[in-house]
Design a protein around this ligand. Structure first.
Ligand SMILES: O=C(O)CCC(=O)C(=O)O
Ligand SMILES: [Fe+2]
Length: 374
């Protein structure tokens, strides 16, 4: 029989060919009886336990570790469950996937979905969510020319999150525009709302009308660009992952400010998860002047690489299409369009990436094979 050794703050138990250590607070906190069956929330209070919480006895019986605590409570732990935590893969997250870089020729291969099918088939929503996790971008077709269509599409992924532009924003030429998007001017590659404390995650741009000459859409996989920068200029890459850069958005009634890293790293797997980039909204950099000597070359190089035709996907967004993309990972922009030559109207919304991942986990558990082969 496997021998369990009781130590001062935890116990040692053989797991395969190793001795695994488990802390007493952790074990007691995660006794199977700690969880409410209906809500799956913890109903046990570790704060109320003794400071010197320890097991009085512990032994392996069959496939379980039995622990008797000093107050008489008994816990049973599945040995396979303990082993997975010992190997540090106890909580599998299906939403942590490997991002696939893409380049200028991605338009043909971009994942495409149909609005009506998405509404009818949750497994198709899973594929859509997977494309957003892996590629950071997907095109949805067949949206009617209504505000509700966009709202309904967003709600298939999660709750619409407001931003300083409200619950949704209409991109069209306006009299007295508060930002460049509401003119016919070109929009440099950018990520939206870097001036917000938490810039929005998934962006939806529903093309309602597009009759103008010009106004083509620009998209770049900034992860692919940042990965390239890491290879060619590792020092620049490091600088852009460390410095926190001020962004600012002002209107008659706003003065929104936040500091962001230009390149963001996914703490789960070390991948580049996104960027914050907008020359329109970058505030006056406030580092000591000598640090500008190192910051500007890195910032300029990365910005120039974003514009490299190798990475730039350009296409025309048509009425009834909605481009959906990770606002952190994918930089976007548009070319200028002719003034007075027709109408161009896009309506935008955001859903946070946490909602996307949640939807993905739930659907992946229900439809492991997805809706079709991607
Ligand atoms: O007009 C477009 O195609 C994009 C608009 C945009 O990027 C924005 O409103 O931030
Ligand atoms: Fe934008």
């Amino acid at each position: 029989m496997a021998l369990v050794s009781l130590m001062e703050k935890g116990l040692l138990i053989p797991v395969g060919s190793e001795l695994a250590y488990f802390n007493y607070f952790w074990l007691r906190d995660n006794c199977p009886s700690s969880w409410d069956a209906a809500t799956q929330e913890r109903i046990f209070d570790i704060l109320a336990e003794a400071d010197d919480l320890h097991a009085d006895a512990a032994e392996v019986r069959g496939n379980y570790l039995w622990v008797t605590w000093q107050n008489g409570h008994e816990s049973q732990y599945d040995l396979r469950w303990l082993e997975s935590w010992h190997k540090e893969d106890g909580r599998i997250d299906t939403a942590i996937r490997s991002r696939q870089p893409w380049y200028s020729n991605h338009y043909e291969n971009m994942a495409r979905f149909d609005f009506e099918t998405l509404k009818e088939r949750p497994a198709e929503v899973l594929d859509w969510a997977e494309a957003l996790l892996d590629d950071g971008i997907a095109l949805v077709k067949g949206l009617p020319n209504t505000d509700q269509a966009l709202q309904s599409l967003c709600e298939l992924l999660g709750v619409v999150r407001p931003s300083y532009s409200g619950l949704a924003f209409d991109v069209r030429q306006k009299i007295d525009p508060v930002n460049l998007a509401y003119t016919n001017k070109a929009l440099e590659l950018h990520t939206d709302e870097a001036a917000e404390e938490f810039p929005p995650g998934i962006q939806f741009l529903h093309c309602r009308v597009n009759d103008v000459a010009g106004g083509n859409s620009l998209f770049v996989d900034a992860m692919a660009v940042a990965n390239e920068l890491k290879k060619t200029h590792p020092d620049y890459f490091k600088i852009l992952t460390e410095y926190k850069v001020p962004f600012r958005y002002t209107t008659h009634s706003h003065d929104i400010r936040a500091k962001q890293r230009i390149i963001e790293i996914d703490q789960n797997n070390g991948e580049v998860s996104g960027i914050n980039f907008s020359q329109h909204l970058a505030d006056i950099f406030d580092f000591p002047q000598h640090e500008m000597d190192v910051f500007y070359p890195a910032f300029r190089k990365f910005g120039q690489m974003l514009q490299d035709p190798r990475f730039l996907m350009t296409f025309r967004l048509n009425a009834g299409e909605c481009i959906v993309f990770d606002n952190h990972r994918i930089a976007h922009g548009r070319t200028s369009f002719e003034d007075g030559g027709g109408l161009r109207h896009l309506r935008g919304c955001y859903v946070d990436r946490g909602e996307l991942r949640s939807t993905y986990r739930v659907l992946k558990a229900k439809y492991p094979a997805g809706g079709r082969n991607r």
